[in-house]
Design a protein around this ligand. Structure first.
Ligand SMILES: NC(=O)c1ccc[n+]([C@@H]2O[C@H](COP(=O)([O-])OP(=O)(O)OC[C@H]3O[C@@H](n4cnc5c(N)ncnc54)[C@H](O)[C@@H]3O)[C@@H](O)[C@H]2O)c1
Length: 247
């Protein structure tokens, strides 16, 4: 049990990567706050968890781009489970637009939800972890889009570039408090960001020759969240079926 007696927040846990991360964490002994703006999806994840691990998960409705909502999310977790040890920043939205199609409002919205949210949640989670005195782990979900120019998703790629370096800054500033900060960097896992349905015919240019399964990404998040990665700080763990190696 790699997260026995740990308390975790997983944002965007109503679907796909976040959902599988929350499920895997509870399999490994954690108590989990399943955070999602979409109540139906979030509650579905909690129901699934509670079938095998009763009482191990709660649903919290929060918009992670809203400061008060983030503060409330931390408070509700601590009120329910008594502490906070792990934060997984998984929420993102994509614009899927070129620079000419993307309005200023589109751009600001994608940055608020994909990048600024990770600043807010990390800030208030770290305050809570510091008050407990025995550290913690923060795992930010990045994207290969943060390391390359793309023909679309101009705002999303800019936000994910920011995610990579926000993570490094947080790693440096929080290490003195025994909080490790790392990132996991996916490409083509389950359904595309913001979409429900998995299309098996979607072309997947990687060495594995297939899309990744959300559980395969969750396993990397578990490694970064747990003590198994205790000597890893400020690292981007790329889980992309070899996509980056081909670039
Ligand atoms: N799926 C992929 O192929 C892929 C590839 C690269 C990177 N990623 C990254 O992995 C992470 C998860 O991707 P996914 O495809 O599982 O996402 P998804 O779109 O399937 O799920 C995201 C969840 O976040 C919730 N959400 C959206 N905005 C929110 C907000 N403001 N506050 C709270 N909840 C909110 C949604 O309701 C949804 O349930 C993201 O950071 C994404 O950028 C995914």
């Amino acid at each position: 049990m790699r997260l026995q007696d740990k308390v975790a927040i997983v944002t965007g846990a109503g679907r796909n990567i976040g959902e599988q991360t929350a499920l895997l964490f509870t399999d490994e002994g954690a108590k989990v706050s399943v955070v999602d703006m979409d109540e139906e999806r979030g509650k579905r994840t909690v129901e699934t968890i509670n079938q095998s691990h009763p009482g191990s998960a709660i649903y919290i409705s929060a918009d992670v781009s809203n400061e008060q909502s983030v503060k409330d999310m931390i408070a509700e977790t601590v009120n329910t489970f008594g502490r906070l040890d792990v934060l997984v920043n998984n929420v993102a939205i994509s614009d899927n637009k070129t620079v000419f199609e993307c309005s200023l409002d589109d751009f600001n919205k994608v940055l608020a939800v994909t990048l600024t949210s990770q600043f807010l949640t990390s800030k208030y989670a770290a305050e809570q972890m510091i008050s407990q005195g025995d550290g913690g782990s923060i795992v930010n979900i990045g994207s290969t889009s943060g390391f390359q120019g793309r023909e679309s998703a101009i705002a999303y790629a800019a936000a994910k570039g920011g995610v990579a370096n926000l993570m490094r800054g947080l790693a440096v500033q929080l290490a003195p408090h025994k909080i490790r900060v790392n990132a996991v960097v996916p490409n083509k896992i389950g359904s595309p960001v913001g979409q429900e349905d998995f299309d098996p015919t979607r072309p997947v240019p990687n060495l594995a020759g297939r899309a990744g399964e959300p559980r395969e990404l969750a396993q990397a998040v578990l490694f970064m969240a747990s003590d198994e990665s205790r000597f890893v700080y400020g690292e981007n763990l790329v889980v992309d079926g070899g996509f980056s190696a081909m670039m």
